[in-house]
Design a protein around this ligand. Structure first.
Ligand SMILES: C[S@@+](CC[C@H](N)C(=O)[O-])C[C@H]1O[C@@H](n2cnc3c(N)ncnc32)[C@H](O)[C@@H]1O
Length: 359
């Protein structure tokens, strides 16, 4: 069977997230297409995904048709796609809407095609519309073939935002978004029941998302007030979200992380002080050099605290276009660099991030 994924603002990162999720669970799959923010995977029969497991997937569904344009016309003719006579619908993909429009017209249905006022901005700067409709379809041509599916799951951004805004202690300037937290957790390959470490846990943004995935967590921060606040946040989470997993918080330096043979490590490093103006290239180099000197002893310690195969999904700062040399860091900390770092940035920020995976 084939599943399509409509990916969020950083498609390459989201694709890596979906792959890591499947790899972590030992599932067989192969990539059918990856274009713009569309990903189609072939998986074993009956493979079911839950869109809320991911940070970077907006919508998903099963591919119901694959083949030529004529074949597709025939397919839609025979199929009752929408169980309603009056509805709105929207389309994702690169294929013209005419075939569907004609079908609904022939069937004398009141079908309104929505384009959407909300837009999302991609990493590369391009915009796409995010329509709001009763039904969504995926209709995309790739390599001479048409792929079609009905979207049956959408990411509940409202619920996630409500949770993020609702927690008692927020540190907006430092805290990671729930979206990126989930992506890092999946990239670390942490699974339900395993013990995951966040060695720079702050007020617990990543820990919180991991607990909701039934992953046991251990959070470290050298800032006493951060640990106190993380504790308040996690207790709030447990009270409001019916948690059934344990956590532990420790106010120590990450260089002293305990050897608990963690099954996964997911973390957001301190990106340094907030820059009010664009740094000179000399300043940027200095910031990166300092970061490299800071992170090597920590990673060296983390390697000893984790299971040999466990992954570390970590953010590295990118300042004024200057990045950390991840291969050099891997070498110094005796870790293996897994794949190429993937950048995650916003145009309005001087400091952005590379997402790096080690094992
Ligand atoms: C970017 S923040 C992490 C934010 C976190 N994801 C959250 O949701 O709040 C980085 C954290 O690393 C902590 N930190 C910096 N150096 C550290 C060290 N050597 N050991 C432990 N924690 C450290 C800081 O106190 C800060 O809270």
């Amino acid at each position: 069977m084939k599943t399509f994924f409509i990916l969020g603002r950083n498609p390459e990162l989201s694709r890596a997230e979906v792959n890591a999720f499947l790899d972590a669970r030992g599932r067989e799959y192969s990539e059918v297409l990856f274009e713009e923010n569309f990903l189609v995977l072939e998986t074993g029969e009956g493979e079911k995904f839950d869109v809320q497991e991911f940070g970077g997937v907006m919508k998903l569904g099963e591919i119901l048709f694959e083949g030529s344009e004529e074949g597709f016309e025939q397919f839609v003719d025979d199929k009752d796609l929408v169980p309603s006579d009056k509805f709105s619908y929207a389309l994702f993909g690169n294929v013209d809407t005419e075939i569907l429009k004609d079908k609904f017209k022939r069937e004398k249905r009141k079908a309104m095609l929505k384009h959407g006022r909300k837009r999302i901005k991609f990493q590369g700067g391009e915009n796409v519309e995010l329509p709001n409709a009763d039904f969504y379809f995926f209709l995309h041509e790739f390599d001479g073939k048409i792929y079609f599916g009905v979207i049956d799951q959408s990411y509940d951004a409202f619920k996630v935002k409500e949770r993020d805004m609702g927690k008692p202690v927020r540190r907006e300037h430092l805290a990671i978004s729930p979206r990126l937290a989930k992506i890092l957790i999946n990239l670390s390959r942490a699974k339900r029941g395993e013990l995951m470490l966040d060695p720079f846990c702050g007020v617990g943004g990543i820990l919180q998302e991991a607990l909701l995935k039934n992953i046991k967590v251990y959070g470290i921060d050298h800032d006493k007030s951060a640990i106190r606040d993380a504790d308040v946040n996690l207790k709030w989470l447990a009270e409001n979200y019916d948690l059934d997993v344990k956590w532990k918080l420790k106010n120590i330096d990450s260089r002293k992380a305990p050897d608990l043979q963690f099954g996964a490590i997911a973390t957001e490093t301190p990106l340094g002080k907030i820059l009010r103006k664009k740094p000179s290239s000399g300043e940027a180099k200095k910031i990166i050099q300092n970061f490299e000197a800071f992170i090597v002893p920590i990673l060296t310690r983390l390697k000893k605290c984790k299971k040999p195969s466990a992954r570390i999904a970590i953010t590295f700062p990118v300042v004024g276009g200057i990045r950390v040399d991840s291969a050099k860091i891997a070498d110094r900390a005796s870790l293996k660099l897994r794949g190429k770092p993937i950048s995650e940035f916003r145009e309005d920020q001087f400091i952005s991030r590379d997402i790096v995976i080690f094992s």
